[in-house]
Design a protein around this ligand. Structure first.
Ligand code: PLP
Length: 409
């Protein structure tokens, strides 16, 4: 066997000693964003390197600590698609998280950075990939999730004597935009519950053992009942597989982005999941968050290039746009934007913040309230640490923003 059937572990441990033993009492989390306190350092970086993403190492550690406080969760795998900056990976490696990868490129990157990493800390979740990727993936990752039935039909030999997890589609997605809802008939992911008996049959025929069930229903979710519902949903099918011992209830943990949005209450979520654990003591719970761990730790800094007024609309143009941060164009995602050079000055103008890309969609923020803003000012675009640089491109042959790190003292 190439991976191991997991027994029950002390809740909240990730992969090592218990989190509480390592960290003691919960830290007091400050409400004010870190970039207010570190404004001078950010302005200095912008002077040397804008446009650039800046990641705050201390905030990465803080976010990981918050996730690890979920004592109902046995293992937390960071979804590296959110950001694979070396400092981000190192921070979460040090915290003892595992890594969730979706391609051979991501698996190879993890191996490059951490050649001695225990494969138990690597989870591979590909979809619609050729046979070779599964074969290679089993060589890297201790855990591989199947996203459909077809691989078992086409390449049973690849799965012979393997332990596998199966992604199930709960039928209804969640999240901040239809493109990030990853369940339901319109989504390409997972296996419908009705197909699970066939999965069980094909796995048996191939000589594979289904040890876990998985569901990831979407991204940017702030309704905490989502994960309990997912756990209950998956548990209701666990009995169809005699060896299922773990449920991966996905990522998708959102951070507040819209004005007035309320942060997830992770303590309350934890209590609910602990109740679930009591009812299902034989099942371990895993999660695979990306955004929650890295979004707030990253900002995008860019200078104002030109200001324009057209009709009633004021445009504030900055030196980078959807080539660095495509989320507003792709998902209508909302990012708070402040004028870092004039932080604290009264916001008296309303503007569209736009980039230099030849697309009408190249808008980073609609109707942004800003202080009177001038060319040369540095704007800060918040919650840009997740799916910023990793989704960027050199469209229009404009290189995307580079990356910098504010180290912990
Ligand atoms: C299978 C899977 N797991 C985890 C994630 C991470 O999602 P998030 O960054 O919203 O936590 C994604 C995101 O696309 C995903 O597809």
């Amino acid at each position: 066997m190439h991976n191991h059937l997991l027994g029950h572990r002390t809740p909240g441990t990730g992969f090592g000693p218990t989190y509480h033993a390592l960290l003691g009492e919960p830290p007091v989390i400050s409400r004010s964003p870190w970039w207010r306190r570190k404004r001078q350092a950010l302005l200095q970086i912008a002077g040397e390197a804008s446009p650039c993403f800046v990641y705050d190492e201390a905030s990465l550690h803080e976010a990981a600590e918050q996730m690890l406080r979920l004592s109902a969760i046995d293992r937390c795998f960071y979804a590296i698609k959110a950001s694979h900056h070396p400092s981000v990976l190192r921070a979460f490696y040090q915290k003892g998280l595992g890594f969730e990868c979706v391609s051979l490129g991501e698996l190879e990157l993890i191996r490059q950075h951490f050649p001695k990493l225990d494969p138990e800390r690597i989870l591979f979740t590909p979809n619609f990939v050729p046979q070779k990727e599964y074969e290679t993936g089993f060589g890297y990752a201790g855990h591989v999730t199947l996203d459909g039935i077809r691989p078992l039909e086409l390449w049973p030999e690849t799965f012979a004597s393997r332990h596998i997890m199966v992604r199930v589609d709960p039928g209804r997605g969640h999240g901040h935009h239809r493109h990030v809802r990853t369940a339901g008939a319109q989504s390409k992911f997972g296996v419908v519950p009705e197909a699970l008996p066939r999965v069980a049959h094909l796995a048996k025929r191939a000589g594979a053992t289904v040890v876990g069930l998985h569901a990831h229903v979407g991204s940017g979710i702030l309704q905490r009942e989502t994960w309990l519902e997912t756990a209950r949903f998956l548990a209701s099918f666990a009995e169809q597989f005699s060896q299922v011992r773990l449920l991966n209830i996905g990522g998708g943990f959102g951070v507040p982005e819209h004005p007035g949005a309320v942060a997830l209450d992770l303590d309350a979520l934890n209590s609910e999941l602990l109740e679930f654990r009591k009812a299902h003591p034989q099942l371990s719970l895993w999660v695979e968050p990306g955004r929650y761990l890295v979004a707030e730790a990253g900002v995008l800094l860019a200078r104002v290039t030109q200001i324009k007024k057209k009709g009633n609309t004021r445009y504030v143009g900055i030196e980078t746009g959807m080539n660095s941060l495509i989320r507003p164009a792709l998902y209508g995602a909302c990012h708070r934007i402040v004028n870092l050079s004039r932080l604290g000055e009264p916001c008296t103008i309303t503007a569209e913040v736009v980039g230099p890309i030849c697309e009408t969609g190249d808008t980073l923020g609609h109707a942004q309230r800003l202080p009177p803003t001038q060319e040369g000012d540095v704007l800060l675009i918040a919650t840009a640490g997740a799916y910023g640089r990793t989704m960027s491109s050199d469209y229009n042959l404009r290189p995307p923003a580079t990356e910098r790190v504010l180290r912990r003292r």
